[in-house]
Design a binder for this molecule. Structure first.
Ligand SMILES: [Zn+2]
Length: 230
């Protein structure tokens, strides 16, 4: 991790952080006043800003096709693609007692990740694979998808996203034995800059028993299983 001194933040440093995809903190860098404005107030403000950007680019916003664009973008920023910034939107990760005493690993594979790179505001698209070993509590399968979705809907770096998913699962389940692997394409790499359309980025976080070689191996082996039922 790299310390950021805002006073020294110049253009070169900004480019460096973006090009190297360096996350500066394990938490999303939110200000204390992040939720002083209501969602409606945010939408109104962002709408004006997007209008400004498009007009600066020379777009004619009286054109039928683009008239509603600033509002559409503002609504999607607040209600959809960045909705996970607001803790009020955190899904309730209700857990249950492990009544059937299933003691092995549970793996939820191929959870779709649709996130946004915080350096370029371009999409990160991929799959998350999440696993845990119950320490007495179990979690609904769809809750795992919802947690992945919630943390994805933020300006993100993939490493942080991976860690946040594991931490939230650990807290919900009361066990350290949680792991997550994410394999994703960053459109900022695929469509601009170096324009490498083939590359993808893999990140992993292994907690508790998943740090042990055999458990980690077992989890990674499950990811290789063919789950294409078509
Ligand atoms: Zn990027």
């Amino acid at each position: 991790m790299f310390e950021v001194n805002n006073n020294k933040m110049n253009d070169e440093r900004i480019d460096d952080i973006g090009d190297n995809h360096v996350g500066t903190s394990a938490k999303n860098p939110l200000r204390d006043d992040a939720f002083d404005l209501s969602d409606q107030e945010k939408i109104a403000k962002i709408q004006e800003s997007v209008k400004d950007i498009l007009e600066t680019l020379g777009m004619d916003l009286t054109d039928d096709s683009m008239q509603g664009t600033p509002k559409r973008v503002a609504k999607s920023f607040v209600n959809e693609i960045f909705m996970g910034l607001n803790p009020a939107n955190m899904p309730k990760a209700s857990t249950f007692e492990n009544n059937y005493n299933y003691g092995e690993m549970l793996v939820e594979k191929n959870i779709v990740v649709y996130s946004t790179c915080e350096h370029h505001l371009l999409p990160i698209i991929g799959r998350a694979h999440v696993a845990y070993i119950s320490g007495g509590r179990v979690i609904g399968l769809s809750k795992m998808n919802r947690l992945v979705e919630y943390f994805s809907k933020r300006p993100q770096v993939q490493e942080r996203l991976t860690m946040q998913i594991v931490q939230a699962m650990q807290e919900a389940l009361g066990t350290q034995d949680v792991a997550c692997v994410i394999d994703a394409k960053h459109l900022c790499v695929n469509s601009r800059g170096i324009k490498d359309i083939e590359s993808s980025t893999v990140t992993a976080e292994f907690g508790g028993k998943f740090k042990e070689k055999n458990t980690k191996r077992e989890f990674l082996d499950y990811l290789k299983m063919n789950t294409d039922f078509n």
